[in-house]
Design a protein around this ligand. Structure first.
Ligand code: CMC
Length: 393
């Protein structure tokens, strides 16, 4: 093992070659298939961004119409899948339900366990992208003991999700244009981020030949952690705690700097961005505009802005190049839309799914047949001796 380079967590090793997403962390640049993120802001449409990520370029009219029709066609779950939800306790974390149910799709659609060509892959991708939002909405309805809403074939992707989440029998949920724009944008901003923890997980699992559904279910589990997708929930918990008077913003920042405490300023810092996270810049703006339009005065926004102001003028954060990341403002937007905190990371998962699918397929297509198998630097006992239990005292 003398020849093995120690690179903890592969932080400095390019684990693959990829055409999907470009990040220049020092300059705060993020591009999907070469297109700067900022250019997706006008009339944001999550489905077309998903198609660009997965298939390499923005879809033409026909490709877009075809894929949208496929999303509509696949939105329902097999009725038998619905019974699975009843088996989860109502208190089940929605990310656990989502991961389990995406895995379950492998049982209901065995025709996709081995993908033979791009047409079949496109069908599997549409099925997964469509059904994930039904699964997410059903997990939410189940947690509240509410009846499930079937998808409405007349609604586009994001509206259909909100309908399944919030409509009541005989009462269609009414959606404001600004809400749809904001949610489309949130999903787009989460759609891919090169070799982050969950995407690397999807590629790692996929490298063994595991199917698309199983690989993406693993991605959901990776995303769940508070240092990754779970941070968007942790940000709101932090802001709530400050709002409830448990601590001032100043005292919170002081605690986050204290190396003896395990507290971090949630929604701050990023492994790759050492300048600013362009997603956070966009979301801060979207957040202010949406709350204004909806006439919502959320005290958590003021607290977030205060924390940002304190942190960005503090040498601790400046020296370490810690800036707000994508999770810092997204939660306040989701709250304004009416999405409960427990569902935030699920929204991240819906957004990140096209990225996972794109990476899974890229790897599948470039496949040199090699399984991912990192090495380690062994630090244990060199050679021991097996002592029978009876002699071990
Ligand atoms: N609050 C206080 N100190 C921090 C923070 C923070 N949020 N982030 C990093 N630091 C400190 C860290 O303690 C270390 O200090 P020192 O050099 O004195 O030991 C220094 O900054 C460098 O940090 P690091 O831990 O080496 O950075 P990393 O690249 O390993 O971690 C991170 C990146 C995002 C996990 C981390 O910044 C963090 O835990 N942030 C809070 C959680 C969060 O917001 N996660 C969402 C990330 S963006 C979306 C996503 O990927 O899902």
């Amino acid at each position: 093992s003398g020849l093995i380079t120690f690179d903890p967590g592969l932080g400095n090793t390019g684990s693959c070659q990829s055409d999907i997403t470009f990040i220049e962390g020092d300059l705060g640049i993020l591009r999907y298939r070469g297109i700067p993120l900022e250019q997706f802001q006008d009339n944001p449409n999550f489905v077309e961004v998903a198609l660009a990520l997965i298939f390499g370029e923005l879809p033409n009219q026909e490709q877009y119409a075809q894929f949208s029709a496929s999303l509509t066609k696949n939105a329902n779950l097999d009725e038998d899948m619905k019974h699975h939800f009843a088996g989860f306790p109502r208190s089940a974390p929605p990310m656990a339900v989502l991961s389990a149910m995406i895995s379950t799709l492998s049982c209901f659609h065995p025709e996709f366990l081995e993908l033979e060509d791009e047409t079949q892959f496109a069908r599997a991708a549409a099925r997964l992208i469509s059904k994930v939002r039904t699964l997410a909405a059903y997990a939410y309805r189940r947690s509240l003991g509410l009846p499930y809403n079937y998808p409405d074939p007349s609604l586009p992707y994001v509206s259909n999700f909100l309908h399944m989440m919030f409509s009541e029998p005989y009462k269609q949920y009414s959606m404001e244009e600004e809400v749809l724009t904001a949610l489309n944008l949130i999903l787009i901003l989460h759609a891919d981020h090169e070799q982050n923890c969950s995407t690397s997980t999807v590629r790692m699992v996929g490298s063994s030949g595991a199917n698309l559904f199983a690989s993406c279910a693993a991605g959901v589990s990776a995303l769940w952690g508070p240092l990754h997708g779970g941070a968007n929930m942790a940000v709101i918990d932090m802001l709530e705690a400050i709002h409830q008077g448990n601590m001032t913003p100043e005292a919170y920042v002081a605690l986050a700097k204290d190396k003896d405490s395990s507290v971090k300023l949630m929604g701050f810092g990023h492994r790759v961005y050492r300048n600013f996270d362009p997603r956070a810049t966009i979301l801060r703006d979207v957040c202010e505009k949406l709350l204004n339009k909806l006439g919502i005065n959320d005290p958590l926004l003021e607290i977030a802005k205060k924390l940002e102001e304190i942190a960005l003028s503090d040498s601790y954060f400046i020296e370490r190049k810690l800036y707000p990341n994508v999770d810092f403002y997204s939660g306040i937007i989701l709250r304004a839309i009416g999405i409960p905190t427990s569902m935030f990371t699920v929204i991240f998962a819906i957004g990140r799914l096209p990225g996972w699918i794109a990476h899974w397929y890229e790897q599948h297509s470039q496949n040199d047949g090699k399984i991912w198998r990192p090495r380690q630097v062994y630090t244990g006992l060199n050679e021991g001796r097996f002592i029978p239990r009876s002699e071990r005292g």
